[in-house]
Design a protein around this ligand. Structure first.
Ligand SMILES: C[S@@+](CC[C@H](N)C(=O)[O-])C[C@H]1O[C@@H](n2cnc3c(N)ncnc32)[C@H](O)[C@@H]1O
Length: 266
């Protein structure tokens, strides 16, 4: 399963912008097209409000560590690195970004040259760092994609020093076939891995309303999109139909949920 997920993300990061992509981008709701977050090129769910919350969590983590500089921020599942790089610079840290997608890490290396920034290809469940190497880590919308999130959480706990802080976001539903995990499941996983002082926020309503708007806009323009881009646009609209669902069958959007967390390594 890991290889299949990696292939999916490699293709995602290697793809250039096709005419269809540009048409779909033009249909994004304002919350997903805001210039301040679009510039970060995140593959996670990132609205301006969500970005402010992430910056707040990074600042809180920094304060909890006594604002001691220089500090390194580990971003596990960093994608193209824009979010981690901006968070690191907001707290005067240097970024260490890890992702198992070679295409993601190639893009991150090409885009970010801040002093001290480092990007590595690695699996979150097997990190190439010594015990206690970091005081602050984040992992944004990646943990639910890992086949064994409990193993990954133990690994993240291992590379954080005692009292270190980790923050980020996670979804209820991950890879296909994986069981849905409610907030209480995640809290138990984090506790088992050695994370305490858990602070969680259910941001599902925001996620659902923005995602619904995104896919409803595509479905409303289905005819135009298919006339302009053919079968590929029809496939995208099929995905949007599954996301939105129908009265008889709830779509992915209503079944999924998204949570944000800030926790301490105990
Ligand atoms: C939804 S994207 C979010 C990326 C990034 N955090 C951002 O904000 O743009 C999830 C990322 O997790 C990475 N990922 C998934 N499973 C992983 C694993 N087991 N080890 C390392 N990275 C993983 C994917 O390659 C992808 O870049």
């Amino acid at each position: 399963m890991l290889a299949a997920i990696r292939r999916h993300f490699d293709a995602h990061y290697a793809a250039g912008e096709s005419p269809l992509d540009l048409s779909l981008q033009a249909l994004l709701p304002p919350a997903l097209a805001a210039p301040e977050t679009a510039a970060l090129r995140s593959s996670a769910f990132l609205t301006p409000a969500g970005w402010r919350r992430l910056c707040g969590m990074a600042a809180q983590a920094s304060v909890m560590q006594g604002c001691v500089s220089p500090v390194r921020l580990l971003d596990a599942g960093c994608g193209r690195g824009g979010v981690g790089a901006a968070l690191a610079s907001s707290i005067g840290a240097s970024l260490v970004g890890v992702d198992f997608s070679e295409a993601a890490i190639a893009a991150a290396r090409a885009d970010h040259h801040q002093p001290g920034a480092a990007f590595m290809v690695a699996d979150i469940a097997s990190l190439p760092f010594e015990d206690g190497a970091f005081a602050i880590a984040c992992t944004i919308d990646a943990l639910h994609l890992v086949p064994d999130p409990q193993l990954a959480l133990r690994e993240l706990r291992r590379v954080l020093r005692r009292g270190g802080v980790m923050f980020g976001g996670v979804h209820r539903i991950g890879t296909s076939g994986a069981e849905a995990r409610h907030m209480a499941h995640w809290q138990a996983f984090f506790a088992d891995a050695g994370f305490g002082n858990q602070c969680w926020q259910d941001v599902s309503q925001e996620w659902r309303s923005v995602m619904h708007e995104k896919h409803a806009r595509r479905l409303a323009q289905r005819g135009v999109l298919v006339a302009r881009h053919g079968g590929a646009a029809a496939l995208e609209c099929d995905v949007s139909r599954q996301m939105v669902g129908s009265l008889d069958e709830p779509g992915f959007i209503s079944r999924n949920a998204r949570f944000e967390f800030l926790v301490t390594a105990t």
